[in-house]
Structure formats: C-alpha cells, structure tokens
Ligand binder design. Structure first.
Ligand SMILES: [Zn+2]
Length: 314
C-alpha cells in the first residue's frame, strides 16, 4: 500500500488534487486554469521530481498572492489582472509550458547515458530554473512594482518617466522584487541540493558523487536569469508588443480600454501580445539558464561588462 502511494504517478495525483483544490478555493485560477495547472503540475512532479515541483509551486503561489495583493488599488490604477485576478488556462500554459517542456527534457536526458555523461540533466535543470525565474520575476515585479513610490521609467529610454502600468516601465522596486524572486528560487534549489541531492537532476553522478560546482551555480544562476530575464521581458514588451494610448491619462497600455474609455493604437506588432512577450522572455531566460548551468559564468559576465561599457560610452 505504502509503496503504491510513493509511486510518482499516485503521489502526483494526490499532491496536485490537494494543491489544485486550495488554489481554486483561493481564487488563483478559474476552472480552465485549474485543469491547466493540474496538467503542468503533475507533469513536472512526475518528470522533474520534487525539487522542480516546489520551484514551480513557489511561482504559482507567489504569483497568485501577488495578484491578489491590493487588488482594488490596482483596479483603480488600471493595472489589475482581468477576471478578478483569476488566471485562466491561457495564463497558466503561457507561464507553464516552457518549464514543463524542460522538465520532460530532463527526464529524457536522465535516461540516455550519453546525455547524462555530458551533463545535460543539470544543464536542462538550469534551463528549467531560468524559465521559472524569469516568469516569476516578471510577474512579481509587475504586480508589486506598480506600488513604487517614485515614477517608473521606460526601459528603452531610462530618462523618460512614465505612468505606472506602462508597457516596458521599470522601477527600482520592481528590479528589487525581480532579484528577490530569483534569490528565493535559488534558495529552494540549494536547500534541496543539500538535504536531498538526488532530487536535483544531474547533481549526483553515477558513482554517487555530488558535483559541488553545480551546487555553487544554483543561486547565481537563478538570480541572474530572474534579473536578466525580467528585463528582457520589459524590453521585448516595449519594442514589439502591441500598445495603445489612453487619451484620458496618457498611459501606454496593452488594454483596449483604460480610464473607462477606448484606447488608441499607437504601435508595436498588432498580434504581438503580452503572452508572446512572456513566452519569448521565458525562452531566452531558459537559454541563459542552460548556458549558466554549463558553467559559462565568466563568458556571460564578461559579455555583460562589455555591453555596459559600450552602451555607456555613447
Ligand atoms: Zn487612462
């Protein structure tokens, strides 16, 4: 009986039923979002293991709480999520599909000796962390950053102050929240690495030896992917996303209604919505995660240094 309960398919169903019921009761998701969360959560539990599952659970719960946080105040600022903040299947798959794919890839890589030997289970775990860190940082920074006391600035022109809720608006508060989200995910991964190392894909090699380099990578990897991924998201949003201007308050938004009036289309690709931006930044965040997981910190930090040096000289 006990052995049956510990089979990942059975435990996954039990855990997801419990969490799904709680999330639905807390109004984090609607029915379609609940079904989508069940698919994503179960797949990650089954293929990625408990550490990967707790990492996406952190995203799911913190995003739910942050969306609910001061919801009425966000309504007044026209920056609240629609549908009383309940996420639908579009939202859930939008933020969960890439992590889910990485989780399945880790599972497969762990079964192929050549890939395991080459370190791919951990590199893919880096990609997994990178995508969840990016999405978490972006969601939390947007939901909490709107309460920044100072006016946010536009990521494509940092001298320009813009109303909160503007696409591509960044604030110090938002940047701090993004870094904190990355730190939190890194700490979750580190705790699992220390107390149950086999739950982190690729961390324990065939002869039972822990790869300590990988343990050291966990926190920097997740902070860097959260911070860079979140800013890539703002940048993609500012450059590509369809945007409308509110003729009442002057805000640039992705909403077709603002301040109770219809907004006017001003730019961006018409079919390029926030979901595409999120998918794009999540994919780039995961790519960065793979690169960092493979230990190429020196390369990344060097590139970042030259990029900053080059952009501050003109
Ligand atoms: Zn307005």
């Amino acid at each position: 009986m006990f052995e049956m309960l510990t089979h990942p398919a059975v435990s996954g169903l039990l855990v997801m039923s419990l969490i799904g019921a709680l999330a639905y009761k807390a109004h984090f998701v609607d029915i379609s979002g609940l079904v989508a969360a069940f698919v994503v959560g179960f797949t990650i539990w089954y293929t990625g293991g408990v550490a990967s599952f707790v990492i996406i659970l952190f995203f799911f719960m913190s995003a739910g709480l942050a969306t609910k946080y001061k919801y009425k105040a966000k309504m007044k600022k026209n920056v609240a999520q629609e549908g009383k903040g309940k996420r639908s299947w579009v939202n859930v798959f939008g933020s969960g599909i890439i992590p889910m794919m990485f989780s399945m890839a880790m599972y497969i890589a762990a079964m192929v000796p050549e890939l395991t030997m080459a370190g791919w289970p951990f590199f893919l775990f880096g990609g997994y962390v990178g995508s969840v860190a990016t999405t978490s940082a972006d969601t939390l920074a947007s939901e909490i950053g709107v309460f920044s006391k100072s006016k946010p600035r536009l990521i494509t022109n940092l001298r320009r102050k813009v109303p909160s809720g503007t696409i591509g608006a960044v604030s110090l508060l938002g940047q701090g929240v993004a870094i904190f989200a990355g730190l939190f995910i890194g700490v979750i991964a580190l705790v699992f690495a220390l107390i149950a190392p086999t739950t982190i894909p690729g961390l324990v090699v065939a002869n039972g030896i822990i790869v300590w380099d990988y343990v050291i990578f966990l926190i920097p990897l997740s902070i860097l992917t959260a911070f860079i991924g979140c800013n890539i998201d703002s940048l993609l949003g500012a450059v590509l996303q369809n945007r409308f201007v509110c003729e009442i308050c002057g805000a640039i938004t992705d909403k077709e209604f603002h301040c109770d009036y219809e907004t006017k289309y001003v730019g961006g690709f018409k079919r390029f919505t926030n979901m595409h931006v999120n998918l794009g930044s999540s994919a780039l965040g995961s790519t960065l995660g793979i690169v960092l997981g493979a230990g190429l910190f020196v390369w990344i930090l060097g590139g970042l240094f030259f990029w900053i040096a080059a952009s501050s000289s003109n």
